[in-house]
Write a protein of this length. Structure first.
Length: 238
């Protein structure tokens, strides 16, 4: 499993203004019985996992207008002292999930009209009166940073009010020097850093069992330069 998690990625070094090819570990949670794994991004019990690729037949030919987001919550003293639960802790019902999926689809039809089948709705989560939908590009390239959308939905009207797109950040890396040719194999890289892998105990929420389970977090702070072969501390590439 450790070898399987070793991936070849292209890491943008802002200091060197260059894309560096690196074999690095894609961190993951391994359940204590060794029978299953939990992705690193799904360790929060308030997330609702959707994992649905969004398709549509027709675009919506209207301009999307962003609306101002109100992040400050008005909480009264009696609410706090009575231990009133936060609205963010309420579960997102199946009906609400379906309405959020439709809201995301309509938004994509409007803002990314030609991208049918190119986006996957990963999760939903309440946040300060809104529902945040995490959407990822439905493809995987070798870049360490993948294109993502954070779509913010009004939790009462189930309409998208604003969004964030990582495309602008990713475009800055297009100006970086291209990576050197890869000369190191995955097997060679694994042999160089296999003794540096870490497995730390941690409790993680399991969506299938709906409870926290003991896991080992498989990770490594080091990588192998795929062109030069040297072992490097990943934090030094940032």
């Amino acid at each position: 499993m450790a070898k399987e998690q070793l991936k070849w990625i292209e890491f943008p070094s802002d200091e060197q203004k260059k894309i560096i090819p690196v074999y690095g570990v894609e961190e993951i949670f391994v359940t204590n019985d060794g029978r299953s794994t939990i992705p690193i991004e799904l360790d929060d019990p308030f997330y609702v996992k959707i994992d649905e690729i969004i398709f549509w037949d027709e675009p919506i030919n209207e301009t999307f207008e962003r609306k101002e987001i109100r992040w400050i919550e008005d909480i009264k003293a009696e609410q706090a002292f009575s231990n009133e639960p936060s609205p963010d802790s309420f579960p997102i019902t199946k009906e609400e999930q379906d309405r959020c999926v439709q809201a995301v689809k309509d938004f994509l039809r409007q803002v990314y009209p030609h991208d049918t089948g190119k986006w996957m709705l990963k999760t939903l989560k309440r946040n300060k009166g809104y529902i945040h939908a995490k959407v990822r590009a439905n493809y995987r390239d070798y870049r360490v940073f993948q294109r993502k959308l954070e779509i913010i939905i009004d939790a009462n009207r189930f309409q998208v009010v604003n969004y964030l797109d990582t495309e602008m950040m990713l475009q800055t890396f297009d100006q970086f020097q291209k990576p050197d040719k890869v000369t190191v194999t995955k097997e060679e890289a694994f042999e160089k850093i296999k003794e540096l892998f870490e497995l730390k105990p941690v409790y993680v929420y399991d969506f299938e069992q709906k409870q926290y389970v003991l896991c080992g977090k498989l990770d490594c702070q080091y990588g192998v330069h795929a062109a030069g072969g040297e072992v490097i501390l990943l934090d030094e590439l940032i």
